[in-house]
Design a protein around this ligand. Structure first.
Ligand SMILES: Nc1nc2c(ncn2[C@@H]2O[C@H](COP(=O)(O)OP(=O)(O)O)[C@@H](O)[C@H]2O)c(=O)[nH]1
Ligand SMILES: [Mg+2]
Length: 172
C-alpha cells in the first residue's frame, strides 16, 4: 500500500531536510533545479518528494509543501488522499508559529488523521515558549496532538516522527 504523508510548515522550518533524511531513495529536492520531471507546476513552487519503504507491503510518499499562501494551490494536490501530516514549526519564529492555525484548518487536521507537530531549530535556543504557543493553538481547536522538539537534520528525530504517525494510525 502506498500512503501519502505531507510535511507542511513555513520556509526554513526543515521540510526539505527531514524528507531527505527519511527518504530511501535520493529525495527530489526542488530547492535546486531537478533533473527529474515531477511536473512543471510542482518544480516551480519547490515541492519536495521522497519515498520511504516501511515494510514489504507499505511504502510512504513524503511530500514537502511550501508554507507560503501564494503556493496554496499545491496544497490541494497534496491534501488529496492524505494518510498523515507532519507540521513543522521553526522555533521562536513568530510567523511560523502563527501559520499553524491556518495550516490546521486548511489541511482539515483532526484526531482522525495521524498528525505530529515538530518544533525545529531547538538546538539554537530553548523551545519552551514555542511549544507553549503551539499548545494554546491546539487547545483552542480542541486538538490533542503530540508536539516534539526535534532537529530535522537528525535521523533519530525523523524516525521518532514516523514511528509516532504509525503508532497513532494503529491505535485509531
Ligand atoms: N540548527 C538547525 N538547523 C536546521 C534544523 N532543521 C533544518 N535546519 C537547517 O535550516 C535550513 C532550512 O531547512 P530546509 O529543510 O531547507 O527548510 P524548508 O524551507 O522547510 O524546506 C537548512 O540549512 C537546514 O539545514 C534544525 O532543527 N536545527
Ligand atoms: Mg524546502
Amino acid at each position: 500500500m502506498h500512503k501519502k504523508v505531507a510535511f507542511i510548515g513555513s520556509v526554513g522550518s526543515g521540510k526539505t531536510t527531514i524528507i531527505k533524511n527519511l527518504s530511501s531513495d535520493e529525495a527530489l529536492d526542488t530547492d535546486v533545479e531537478s533533473s527529474v520531471d515531477i511536473g512543471k507546476h510542482l518544480t516551480t513552487v519547490g515541492i519536495d518528494y521522497g519515498h520511504l519503504k516501511v515494510d514489504d507491503t507499505t511504502s510512504l510518499g513524503l511530500y514537502g509543501v511550501p508554507g507560503q499562501r501564494k503556493f496554496s494551490f499545491v496544497w490541494d494536490f497534496v491534501k488529496e488522499g492524505l494518510w498523515a501530516a507532519v507540521i513543522l514549526v521553526k522555533n521562536k519564529d513568530t510567523e511560523s508559529i502563527a501559520e499553524l492555525d491556518y495550516l490546521i484548518d486548511f489541511f482539515d487536521i483532526s484526531q482522525d488523521i495521524p498528525c505530529v507537530i515538530g518544533v525545529t531549530h531547538v538546538d539554537q535556543g530553548a523551545g519552551g515558549f514555542t511549544v507553549k504557543k503551539i499548545k494554546e493553538t491546539l487547545k483552542k481547536k480542541n486538538l490533542n496532538l503530540p508536539v516534539y522538539t526535534i532537529d530535522a537534520r537528525l535521523n533519530t528525530s525523523a524516525e521518532l516522527i514516523m514511528r509516532t504517525l504509525i503508532a497513532i494510525d494503529e491505535s485509531n
